[in-house]
Design a protein. Structure first.
Length: 111
């Protein structure tokens, strides 16, 4: 049950980071996300989930780039879409950094 709550918190914080514009709130939510992630042991399963989250971020980033190009071509304001893209890229980077932490934990356990 405890892991379910942690997973739900990770999901909520990840979703919030995609859309939050306030830098202070983004910093806090990013910290909360990492705190929740750190409640899980460094396992291969956790690494696989993190790899999945990184892949999801890459997919969303790619779609967002395409959307921006389409909006730009149609003469629309692209600033909100670019902000969302920046948020997605920041979330991606956060997961990539967390992946490194997981790898370090797995390496230490292997010794």
């Amino acid at each position: 049950m405890e892991n379910f709550v942690y997973e739900q918190n990770v999901f909520r914080f990840s979703a919030r980071l995609k859309t939050e514009d306030d830098p202070a709130a983004r910093k806090l939510v990013g910290k909360l996300l990492l705190d929740e992630e750190n409640k899980f042991a460094a396992t291969v399963e956790r690494l696989d989930r993190t790899d999945g989250q990184i892949a999801d971020c890459k997919s969303h980033i790619s779609l967002q780039y395409a959307l921006i190009e389409r909006l730009k071509g149609d003469g629309h304001d692209i600033k909100p879409a670019e902000r969302l893209l920046g948020n997605m890229m920041e979330l991606h980077d956060l997961y990539v950094s967390y992946r490194e932490v997981l790898l370090d934990g797995l390496d230490r356990r292997a010794l």
